[in-house]
Write a protein that binds this ligand. Structure first.
Ligand code: ADP
Ligand code: MG
Length: 381
């Protein structure tokens, strides 16, 4: 998926050349589990797969959306485009949400256009195809109207679209990593600012994603319950957000906090410390330490935050027992979804296959194996 192929596909659908072509990557949550809404820090990786958008202006006000995702064109008038779409057209809520977000940041909205999106990113695999389509769309709409806001604003436009138009209360991780990503680097986000930075990835370490396609039936409710538990724990500890509590302070307060609330708080507070530890280990080039912190993050999810599942635990156990694996953890919100492993040259397709086969023997279904590399952040091509 490059500029030429996106322009060629656009030409096929709309019979002319696009004015602008953009691309934004998906992301992996590297470490920093449920830390975002607690005001903490997180590390993510932008990957070498994403969503591309090609766009040309129209003078008649019509807004035509086509995605290889459905293979169909959705034609909307300016009035239609103010309303949330349903059914087969519901994917257009991502670009429509971006258009609805722009005025909130003092940015102008493009009137008519032909829009084409293509992707080499699986959707719903925890790799945030939604943030990718939001950022690629935002850069296309902005570029076609000659607007060049700073990167942080583009990231916030994408998040606003997802929170307010699509209606998913995600934190800043997904859009922040897609927007600030850089090949060979991880993106560090201090969610309280937010503040963004990149940290070099040591060479010789690759990401492997194992997508289980499992999803806890109550995942939304469980996510909301963890959010509530964290806020209640913070309240008991006399702070607004758990980021304000140090590991030592939390330990000293243990007797005054109800047991479950304490476990949730301990996961978040120690996870924030693990993010800091990971940044230091990356700077020191200590990949073994990085891997140990990833696995420690998973064990904390498993035993303290209780957002893992038997499927995810099985994959982590099998992966950390494999030669060449530095560490493994669930990636994303948990309660199903995917596991990420960080592995060196000793771990390849044959080893990944053995893990998938063991999983299939135990659970009767195969996980998808997705080898990933880091890739550059959202850009006009
Ligand atoms: P994730 O972000 O983990 O991939 P989400 O459910 O948040 O999963 O977002 C997936 C949705 O984003 C899809 O159902 C679709 O509506 C939209 N989407 C993602 N990529 C594309 C694309 N290339 N074309 C059209 N819609 C897309
Ligand atoms: Mg998403």
């Amino acid at each position: 998926m490059n500029k030429a192929s996106l322009a060629a596909q656009f030409q096929k659908v709309f019979g002319r050349q696009p004015d602008i072509v953009t691309r934004a990557p998906g992301r992996i949550e590297f470490i920093g589990n449920h830390t975002d809404y607690n005001g903490g820090t997180v590390l993510g990786a932008s990957i070498d797969r994403g969503v591309g958008v090609a766009l040309a202006r129209r003078t008649d006000g019509e807004r035509n959306f086509h995605s290889s995702y459905t293979g169909k064109t959705v034609r909307l008038t300016a009035a239609d485009a103010q309303v949330k779409q349903t059914g087969e057209a519901s994917w257009t809520n991502y670009p429509l949400g971006v258009l609805a977000a722009l005025p909130h940041f003092g940015l102008g909205v493009i009137e008519g256009f032909d829009y084409f999106a293509d992707s080499d990113l699986p959707t719903g695999a925890g790799l945030s195809s939604s943030a990718a389509i939001e950022l690629a769309s935002a850069l296309a709409f902005l570029g076609a109207t000659g607007q060049t806001p700073d990167r942080e604003t583009v990231v916030k436009v994408g998040k606003h679209a997802e929170n307010h138009f699509v209606g998913v209360p995600c934190g800043i991780l997904d859009q922040g990593v897609s927007g600030f990503g850089k090949a060979g680097h991880l993106v560090f986000i201090d969610c309280a600012g937010p503040r963004f930075a990149t940290v070099p990835m040591p060479s010789g370490a690759d990401f492997w994603i194992f997508n289980t396609h499992t999803k806890h039936a109550l995942v939304d409710g469980l996510y909301a319950a963890r959010h509530r538990e964290c806020m209640a724990a913070a309240h008991t500890l006399g702070v607004k957000l758990l980021v304000e509590v140090s590991v030592d302070k939390l330990r000293a307060a243990e007797s005054g906090v109800e047991a479950t609330a304490f476990k949730r708080a301990r996961h978040v507070v120690e996870e924030i410390a693990r993010v800091d530890g990971t940044v230091q280990a990356l700077r020191a080039g200590d990949i073994g330490k990085v891997g140990a912190l990833l696995t420690a993050s998973h064990r904390s999810s498993q035993h303290l935050f209780e957002n893992s599942t038997p499927e995810l635990d099985f994959l982590v156990d099998a992966l950390v027992a494999s030669a060449g694996v530095y560490g493994a953890r669930l990636t994303g919100g948990g309660f199903g979804g995917a596991v990420m492993a960080l592995a060196g040259a000793g771990f390849g397709a044959a080893q990944a296959e053995a893990v998938a086969a063991a999983y299939a023997a135990r659970f009767g279904a195969r996980p998808d194996i997705l080898p990933m590399r880091t890739g550059d952040g959202a850009a006009v091509l």
